[in-house]
Design a protein around this ligand. Structure first.
Ligand code: SAH
Length: 243
């Protein structure tokens, strides 16, 4: 994932319009999106317990160029607060949901995070902006490969990607301070709960495919006890077992 020296486009704002506010064509749309995410956080506070997301989470949302993660031709829609197709029957999550799930993880710059369901890598980039190390597993090989190339091109150096079945987690790198699952399993995956540090937090949607799903926060305390708390109803693509 570490780009070759001298190839990080983030080093020279003059070379990358994404990093030059004066030439950023998405600046106004991105600012509007941040306002909408903040408004939706306030509206959903009764379910989530988070009336406002942290400054760090909002800054990460502002910094990651979402238009670089959508399909060619969809760039203009990248800063609308909704999911978009990314091919392979999968989606890039809605920005509000990305912000909410990230906020619920309570990350610090030292956190080691496991993500299940890399997709296009957008959530991965948001996590990498906030945490120390990100490990991300994707079951569709093409998506895993494209996401790795995209993140390397954006100069994201602290994320490791793997093609595999997220139901197994990433045992060699466990335990994780935080785990985020961005596809919906129909039960709490035991391997993922096992790989959660004490203390640690996991955020995941649970429910049947295309049916009622609920976003849960699974918190393990310092003594190792797990507590599962439901937040709000959500709609995610199903988490499918790897072959
Ligand atoms: N994190 C993404 C959302 C991706 S959609 C974002 O930033 O927008 C969910 C992803 O989970 C899809 O790419 C899907 O292929 C993947 N997925 C489904 N089942 C999986 C499994 N068992 N292991 C790993 N990834 C899985």
């Amino acid at each position: 994932m570490t780009p070759p020296p001298g190839q990080d486009p983030g080093q020279d704002p003059g070379q990358d319009p994404d990093r030059d506010p004066g030439r950023d064509p998405y600046r106004a749309a991105r600012a509007r999106l941040l306002d909408e995410v903040a408004a939706e956080a306030a509206e959903t506070a009764a379910w989530t317990g988070r009336p406002a997301f942290s400054d760090a989470v909002m800054a990460a949302l502002a910094a990651v160029p979402r238009h670089r993660f959508v399909l060619p031709g969809d760039e203009a829609a990248a800063y609308v607060n909704r999911p978009l197709p990314i091919g392979h029957g999968q989606t890039i999550s809605q920005p509000y949901i990305v912000a909410l799930m990230t906020d619920l993880l309570d990350l610090t710059p030292r956190s080691r995070v496991l993500e299940v369901g890399t997709g296009c890598g957008y959530q991965t980039a948001v996590l990498a902006a906030l945490a120390g190390e990100v490990y991300s597993v994707e079951v569709v090989a093409d998506l895993a490969r494209d996401a790795a190339a995209r993140l390397a091109g954006l100069g994201v150096g602290n994320a490791r990607l793997r093609h595999g079945d997220g139901f197994a987690g990433w045992p060699e790198a466990a335990p994780f301070d935080a785990i985020i699952v961005t596809a919906a399993p129909d039960h709490f995956p035991p391997a993922l709960e096992d790989q959660l540090a004490a203390p640690g937090r996991m955020v995941l949607p649970v429910g049947r495919a295309y049916d009622r799903q609920v976003l849960y926060v699974v918190a393990r305390d310092g003594a190792g006890h797990l507590r599962r708390a439901a937040t709000l109803p959500v709609a995610f693509v199903p988490m499918v077992p790897g072959r």
